[in-house]
Design a protein around this ligand. Structure first.
Ligand SMILES: Cc1cc2nc3c(=O)[nH]c(=O)nc-3n(C[C@H](O)[C@H](O)[C@H](O)COP(=O)(O)OP(=O)(O)OC[C@H]3O[C@@H](n4cnc5c(N)ncnc54)[C@H](O)[C@@H]3O)c2cc1C
Length: 463
C-alpha cells in the first residue's frame, strides 16, 4: 500500500488524525506500538461492570470531542453526570463538599465563598480580598502554586490548587504551567485585574445551570458503554490495514518522497509524518534529524499513575456517596491515594444494581515509585484508604489494577514557549509534525482538535 501520511501512535490523537486525513481524501497509515488502539483510553467490560482504566469523560465546553462523537453517529450514546453532582476534598479524615457554584475550586458567588468549609475562616477572608491584590504586570508563564499563593493566599495552595488543579494532571503545582493548563484564570487577571467574578444569586440558580447542561454546554460527558466506544468507532471508519499494530516506530529519516519510518517489522515512506506518540518517543525519533527539536521534546516530563477499580455491595459502604468523588489535599491528610471517583454515583450503566463501583488513583509527581509495587500491594493501598475514608466493612467484590507507566505528560512552566520553539524547528523539516498530549493538548477534546488542525496543515504543500 502506498500512503500519503504516516501517523505514529494510535491513541485518540493518532486515530483522529487518520480519520481526518481519510475524510480529506488521503490514505493514512498509523503505526502503533501496542496490540490495541486507544492509548490511554481503555474500557473493560467485566461481570456487568464497565470499567474505565484511563479517562472516563470529556469536558463539554471544549466542543471538539462531542462534535466528533456526534459526527461518528454516537450522539445517542452520550451520558451526562448523574445528579446530584459535586465533588469533595479530603482534609484530615473529613470530606468537605466544594461550594456551589464554583469553578476549579474558585467560588463564583460570595455565598459560595462564605460556605467554603474546607477553608479556615482566615483563608476565606484572604480569598475575599483577591480583587484588591494588584495584577501582575509580567506576561511570563507562572506555576499554579505561585498563582494561587499570590492571588488567593497561601492556604489555598495546599487545599485547592494542589488537590483540584494539580490532581487533574497528577502533577506538582510548583511546576505545572498556568499558561498551558489554566489560561483563562491568567487572562482574567490580565484583562480585569482580578480573578474572582462574583455573580448575582441567580448564577447559582440550579435551574439556570440545568438549562446550560441541557444545551450541552457545561460539565462532563461520557459514553454509555465507556470511552472505548469512541476508539472503536474511529477504528471502524478507517480503511482496512490503515492501522498497523505491534509496529513501533524506531527510526525516522529523510527520504526521496519525504520521510522514511522504520518500525519493528517494516519500513514505510510518505510525504508527511505526524508523531502522535509521547514526547519522549518523538525525542528519540528526532535525535538524528534535529538535535534541538529532540531536546525540546525530551524536556517534557512524564509521570506514572495507577488506577484501581474496586466494587462493594452498596450496603457495605457507610458513606452516602452522593456526588462524583473526592480529591485528596495531600499535605493535610494521611492517605496514599490521590483521588477517588464514585463511578456508579457519577454515571449510569457502570455497575450491577445495588453495587457501588469506585476508582482510586495512586502515584503521580509526588509518589513516583508506587507504580513499581506489586498489583496486590497497589490494590491493598487503595482498599485500606477507601475503607478508612468511606467507612467500608466488607471485602470488595471486584478489584482491577491498571498501571499507567510514564503516561501523563506534564505541561510545566514554559510548555507553550517550548512548543513554539519546537514548531519553529519543525518548520525547517517540511512534512514533519507533532500532535497530542505530549505537546499542545490537554485532555481528549484538545487532542482531537490538535489532530484535525495538524492534518489540515499537512495536506497543503507536502502531500
Ligand atoms: C488515568 C488518566 C485519566 C484521564 N482522564 C481524562 C479524562 O477523564 N478526560 C480527558 O479529556 N482526559 C483524561 N486524561 C488524559 C487523556 O487520556 C489524554 O490527554 C489522551 O488520551 C492522550 O491521547 P494521545 O493520543 O495524545 O496519547 P496516548 O493515548 O498516550 O497515545 C499514544 C500512542 O502512541 C503509541 N506509541 C508509543 N510509542 C510508539 C512508537 N514508537 N511507535 C508507534 N506508536 C507508539 C502508544 O502505544 C499509544 O497508543 C486522563 C489520563 C490518564 C492517564
Amino acid at each position: 500500500m502506498s500512503q500519503d501520511l504516516i501517523i505514529i501512535g494510535a491513541g485518540i490523537t493518532g486515530l483522529t488524525a487518520a480519520y481526518e486525513a481519510q475524510r480529506r481524501g488521503l490514505r493514512p497509515l498509523v503505526l502503533e506500538a501496542s496490540a490495541r488502539a486507544g492509548g490511554l483510553i481503555q474500557t473493560d467490560h467485566v461481570d456487568g461492570f464497565t470499567i474505565e482504566a484511563g479517562p472516563d469523560s470529556v469536558l463539554a465546553q471544549k466542543r471538539h470531542a462531542l462534535e466528533l462523537i456526534r459526527e461518528l453517529g454516537l450522539g445517542d450514546e452520550v451520558l451526562d453526570v448523574r445528579p446530584p453532582g459535586g465533588a469533595f476534598v479530603l482534609r484530615g479524615r473529613h470530606l468537605y463538599k466544594l461550594p456551589s457554584p464554583s469553578l476549579l475550586g474558585v467560588p463564583l458567588t460570595w455565598q459560595a465563598l462564605a460556605q467554603y468549609d474546607l477553608l479556615p475562616w482566615s483563608a476565606r477572608l484572604r480569598m475575599a480580598l483577591e480583587p484588591l491584590v494588584p495584577a501582575r504586570r509580567s506576561q511570563e508563564d507562572e506555576s499554579i502554586g505561585s498563582f494561587f499563593r499570590r492571588r488567593f493566599g497561601a492556604a489555598t495552595v495546599d487545599l485547592i490548587a494542589q488537590p483540584l488543579l494539580g490532581g487533574i494532571h497528577a502533577g506538582d503545582i510548583e511546576h505545572l504551567s498556568m499558561r498551558a493548563l489554566f489560561p483563562r484564570l491568567l487572562d482574567a487577571e490580565r484583562t480585569d485585574g482580578h480573578v474572582l467574578k462574583m455573580q448575582g444569586a441567580r448564577a447559582g440558580d440550579p435551574q439556570k445551570q440545568d438549562a446550560n447542561d441541557r444545551r450541552g454546554e457545561a460539565g462532563f460527558r461520557s459514553l454509555r458503554h465507556g470511552m472505548g466506544t469512541l476508539v472503536r468507532a474511529l477504528e471502524a471508519r478507517l480503511l482496512p490495514d490503515a492501522v498497523r499494530y505491534a509496529s513501533a516506530a524506531q527510526r525516522l529519516e529523510p527520504a526521496a518522497r519525504g520521510w522514511r519510518v522504520r518500525s519493528d517489522d517494516a519500513t514505510f515512506e510518505a510525504p508527511a509524518v505526524i508523531v502522535a506518540a509521547p514526547a519522549f518517543v518523538a525525542a528519540r525519533l528526532f535525535a538524528t534529524i534535529d538535535a534541538e527539536a529532540a531536546r525540546l521534546c525530551e524536556e517534557v516530563p512524564y509521570v506514572s499513575t495507577v488506577s484501581v477499580a474496586l466494587a462493594w455491595p452498596r450496603t457495605a459502604i457507610a458513606h452516602p456517596l452522593s456526588g462524583t468523588g473526592f480529591v485528596v489535599a495531600r499535605r493535610a491528610s494521611d492517605v496514599r491515594i490521590t483521588a477517588c471517583t464514585w463511578v456508579s454515583s457519577k454515571w449510569e450503566h457502570r455497575a450491577p444494581d445495588h453495587v457501588a463501583l469506585l476508582r482510586a488513583f495512586i502515584g503521580g509527581a509526588h509518589d513516583p515509585e508506587v507504580v513499581d509495587l506489586e498489583e496486590d500491594e497497589l490494590a491493598r493501598i487503595a482498599r485500606t484508604d477507601l475503607e478508612r475514608v468511606l467507612g467500608i466493612n466488607a471485602p470488595p467484590v471486584l478489584t482491577r489494577v491498571y498501571r499507567w507507566r510514564r503516561a501523563g505528560a506534564q505541561h510545566n512552566v514554559g510548555q507553550r514557549a517550548r512548543m513554539e520553539a519546537l514548531d519553529r524547528r519543525l518548520a525547517q523539516h517540511p512534512g514533519l509534525f507533532v500532535a497530542g498530549s505530549g505537546f499542545r493538548s490537554v485532555g481528549i477534546p484538545d487532542c482531537i482538535a490538535d489532530a484535525r488542525a495538524v492534518v489540515a496543515r499537512c495536506t497543503i504543500p507536502a502531500c
